[in-house]
Design a protein around this ligand. Structure first.
Ligand code: NAG
Ligand code: NAG
Length: 233
């Protein structure tokens, strides 16, 4: 059936006539929630998975072997996207125990130069914490992201990131630091995911792959003279 204006009007009329009419039930969230139909079951996801583990694989492999996405399992894709975001929050928040929400206990994580391969989430926490603590703060900015659901319980993803590592603490917008005070790491995460018994998705295999040299240029703010700049009233 094509979704036409006529269909939309008919649907709206049906919904309005089904709305509770008594004054006390207007705005009743319980009543409203019961009327909203449950989302349809997600279709069965595809069962092919580009071989990303143990990896890493070349950038050429990624583009050649990742299928053009179809919106087959948007719930799983979004759960993975949010878990990747949680990783950045944990790292930049120096809340390293929260990495247990992101990695399975027996994760294999190749963090590349200078850290290397780490086995187990305990090793990840122990290895990452001291290096990150040595900076005043960090900002992991996740960018281009491809997520492919391979089966009901497996997925792969690639997530570009730019990580700014600040040598100095923030002391006000009128006190910018020079670009030589920010180390920017330009890289990507190649991750393999498994759905857990509790419904969450966690990383089982990770490779951090650099995409270019780290830079000490750029960084915010870069205005040479902010002394005349008045922030706020
Ligand atoms: C909302 O509707 C439900 C179901 O009809 C009813 O049990 C509940 O008492 C109502 N709540 C309010 C605040 O009117
Ligand atoms: C870890 O990743 C780096 C960067 O891609 C790669 O050069 C290296 O071979 C990997 N090491 C292992 C043991 O997989």
């Amino acid at each position: 059936m094509r979704f036409s204006i006529t269909t939309a009007v008919a649907l709206a009329t049906t919904l309005v006539s089904a709305l509770p009419q008594s004054a006390e039930s207007v705005g009743n969230v319980t009543t409203l929630a019961a009327m909203i139909p449950a989302p349809p079951d997600a279709p069965t996801p595809p069962t092919t998975c580009p071989k990303l583990a143990p990896g890493p694989v070349s950038f050429k492999f990624l583009a050649e072997n990742f299928p053009a996405p179809k919106p087959t399992d948007l719930y799983a894709i979004e759960a993975i996207r949010q878990t990747a975001a949680l990783y950045a929050l944990a790292i930049d928040g120096k809340a390293f125990e929260a990495l247990r929400k992101v990695f399975v206990p027996k994760v294999r994580a190749n963090y590349s130069d200078p850290i290397g391969v780490l086995n187990g989430v305990d090793a990840v926490i122990q290895a990452l914490a001291p290096g990150l603590e040595s900076f005043a703060s960090t900002q992991h900015h996740l960018g281009t992201q491809y997520i492919h659901i391979c089966s009901a319980t497996t997925a792969v993803s690639v997530t570009y990131f730019q990580a700014s590592h600040y040598f100095d603490p923030y002391t006000g917008i009128q006190n910018p630091v020079g670009p030589d005070r920010v180390l920017v790491d330009n890289a990507q995460y190649q991750d393999v995911w498994a759905k857990q018994a509790d419904g969450t998705w966690k990383i089982t295999n990770r490779n951090l792959v650099r995409m270019g040299p780290a830079t000490l240029q750029g960084g915010f703010p870069t205005q040479p003279d902010m002394s005349a700049f008045v922030y706020g009233p």
